[in-house]
Design a protein around this ligand. Sequence first.
Ligand code: FE2
Length: 380
Amino acid sequence: MTIEAEVRAEQDRPITAEADFLTLKDVDHIEFYVGNAYQAAFFWQHGFGFEPVAYSGLETGNRETCSYVLQQGKIRFVFTSSYKPDSAVAAHQLIHGDGVKVMAFQVDDAEQAHSATTTRGGQSVAPPFERRDEHGVVRMSTIATFGDTVHTFVDRSDYAGAFLPGYKAYTSLAPTKPVGLAHVDHVVGNVQLGKMNHWVKWYHHVMGFRMLQHFDDEAISTEYSALMSKVMQNGTGRIKMPINEPAEGRKKSQIEEYLDFYRGPGVQHIAMSTGDILGAVRELRSRGIRFLRVPDSYYDLLPERVGKIDEDLALIRELGILVDRDEEGYLLQIFSQPLQDRPTLFIELIERHGSRGFGIGNFKALFESIEVEQSKRGNL
Ligand code: FE2
């Protein structure tokens, strides 16, 4: 089949079917552009228990940007700031504040990933290139996605260094206390009103993802806030990317608040899985991490709604953890407050017990809680 015929065939598939032209093995890393990489790294190390493992900056010969790479379980975050006012990193940070710039995926072939996606309508940001040092070679390529966010394809099969060529291994002066975060469960994008279906189709046609679930505004609305969401997933099920758009409500949707403050579409939250959410949340609360609190009435109704679970409900209530159940099992989750000055990016912790869902049963209680916070910010 010619590439044109192949692309046409892909475009005719229902968006619930998956394709095999792009094999993403896992999330390689997520890179944030921030105002001060050193302080961001300190926050993620001592706040969330991520171990600093690599560094790039003036001392490594990098006179443009400063980056710290931190890891916990299989989750790898990179925090990058600019030394100069006239750089792409500085421009991004000026417009968006601190936020996610790159969601990178591990692939076997960065060149194939680039050509497979760009021939299907993906926009190239960096054609295939390689970087080398004494530890080997890494092959990469990058395409654009929603807003100013990009996806980078990384083939590190011939590399043994700390992160990427240009980075040096880094050891923190103080020990890191991990809290048991294991891997990236899903990453959610917020896009403008009317754009959700565009990006759903984009992930389907360009990346070969399929639609796993969709939530309409009736399922996810409160008196004020409303949103619509569709969950896209790659062929292996390893990469899950829900896409949200605001829906009409009586007052401002939380998605609109995000879009206003981020100045456009971007990553709304990163969900990280853990095998012990109770232990993790207890520890994170003691370190001062701010989580959303749902009303107490949520816990009065919980036993009836979710039935029997292994965890102690009194403890779940004390820590403010949410529970949802579907046909396959149940899940425990919790959402942080925004992690920077702007009410934009936050994180979720999730512990799955069979359920592959996203906690839709919690949305209403959760949104009421988000609205309380939005109202304090004068944005409702
Ligand atoms: Fe989530």
